[in-house]
Design a protein around this ligand. Structure first.
Ligand SMILES: Cc1ncc(COP(=O)(O)O)c(C=O)c1O
Length: 423
């Protein structure tokens, strides 16, 4: 019986190969289904309207709508190139001068875990890589249920990153579509209803996609609820400095949780605040109870990273390290982060002002009360379709627009298009 079925399998396998060439007659990937598109830029690219507007990209643009390389990054890169360092491999956890300074930037110089040297940190492939290492670390070692709660909505990639890490993903309430603001009561109620010791993902600042952040008082209450439930906080900080223009202010939530005695883990990205998108510079860190625990955690992070990519790229990390460690460059960079944040805040105000000038009866106050790169307009999927088809304005169907794509040159036309679509 077993022998005959084996023969049948062999015959079927042989059939898959062409007798002449020995190559497969049927491709190994013949059954791979077509996946949905992952970006909206194709429709934008295909549009021939010279006044088309792309509000879909999650990257900063200058007031001419062009990609922006920070002058501090140019200067730091020049320093790196001129130092003619070798191109040897970094260690598994990356460039130490970078990770040390990245931890300091996030946790602050007065942070007890930093002073007591109990933060395990590794360089990562930007924020996405940090989340992925974090997901894998929790899946392997978290003693409680391997379920992570993410906000509704959340950055579209969170679900996939954590699922692919082997965690179960659940949701908690975050955004209230009626108020276009935070569903604070719903969020706290959901945190309280989670099983004790749950893992909770929190956007540290500039929530993507809604641009809706809790106030400092609300963060205090959220920390209380997390503490009460004995939950494990995982902070995703992809926009430090980008929300308010002040890197310390944007780190409030993370630092407050630590002051409250919680020991979170953290994903950091330098894509947005240094404009190092394609360089893929980030870090994943775990606040530990002691220096001894840090050593054990660190050793296991190395074991996780080694078979993933051996060690991270060095160039971007060296640039970030210069910016974080050279006092003059650091000062310059902080000024540039503030300039980027301020331009975004100005564009929010201009968009709202233009809509009001047109006589729009809608309340657009959420455009200016939201924070960071994205604004959740409250527009429906059908309205976003009309914006694209009739006005050449491209953004995601959930009504999210990247404020970084708005300029003094296109804000009037954009307001007119939104006005026409919303009445
Ligand atoms: C909330 C959030 N987390 C993480 C990331 C990761 O970005 P990156 O991998 O480019 O650092 C992003 C990027 O848009 C984001 O919005």
């Amino acid at each position: 019986m077993i022998a005959s079925s084996r023969t049948a399998v062999c015959r079927a396998a042989k059939k898959q190969f062409s007798a002449k060439t020995g190559a497969r007659a049927v491709s190994a990937w013949a059954k791979v289904p077509q996946g949905p598109p992952v970006s909206i830029t194709e429709a934008y690219k295909a549009d021939s309207n010279p006044e088309k507007i792309n509000l879909g990209v999650g990257a900063y643009r200058d007031d001419k709508g062009k990609p922006f390389v920070l002058p501090s990054v140019r200067a730091a890169e020049k320093k790196v190139v001129e130092s003619t360092l070798d191109k040897e491999y970094a260690g598994i956890t990356g460039v130490p001068t970078f990770t040390k300074a990245a931890a300091l930037l996030a946790y602050g110089p007065d942070s007890a875990p930093i002073k007591e040297d109990r933060v395990a940190i590794t360089q990562s492939i930007s924020g996405t890589g940090a989340l992925r290492i974090g997901g894998a670390f929790l899946e392997r070692f978290y003693p409680g249920a391997k379920t992570i709660y993410i906000p509704t909505p959340s950055w579209a990639n969170h679900n996939a990153v954590f699922k692919d890490s082997g965690l179960k993903v659940e949701k908690y309430r975050y955004y209230n579509k009626d108020t276009i603001g935070l569903d604070f009561d719903g969020m706290v109620a959901d945190i309280k209803a989670m099983p004790k010791g749950s893992i909770i993902l929190l956007h540290a600042c500039a929530h993507n996609p809604t641009g809706v952040d809790p106030t400092e008082e609300q963060w205090v209450a959220i920390a209380e609820a997390v503490k009460e439930g004995d939950h494990y906080p995982f902070f995703d900080m992809a926009y430090q400095g980008f929300a308010s223009g002040d890197t310390n202010k944007d780190a409030f939530a993370l630092r407050h949780f630590i002051k409250e005695g919680l020991r979170p883990c953290l994903s950091q990205s330098f894509a947005k605040n240094m404009g190092l998108y394609g360089e893929r510079v980030g870090a994943f860190s775990v606040v530990c109870e002691s220096g001894e625990e840090k050593k054990r955690v660190d050793s296991q992070i190395k074991i996780l990273v080694r078979p993933l990519y051996s060690n991270p790229p060095i160039h971007g990390a060296r640039i970030a390290s210069e910016i974080l460690n050279d006092p003059a460059l650091n000062k310059q960079w902080l000024g540039e982060v503030k300039d980027m944040a301020d331009r975004i805040i100005t564009m929010r105000a201009l968009l709202k002002e233009n809509l009001e000038k047109l006589g729009s009866k809608h309340d657009w106050s959420h455009i200016t009360s939201q924070i960071g790169m994205f604004a959740y307009t409250g527009l429906k999927a059908e309205q976003m379709d009309v914006l694209a088809k009739e006005h050449s304005v491209y953004a995601t169907k959930d009504g999210r627009i990247s404020v970084a794509g708005i300029t003094t040159g296109n804000v009037k036309r954009l307001a007119e298009a939104i006005y026409k679509v919303t009445g």
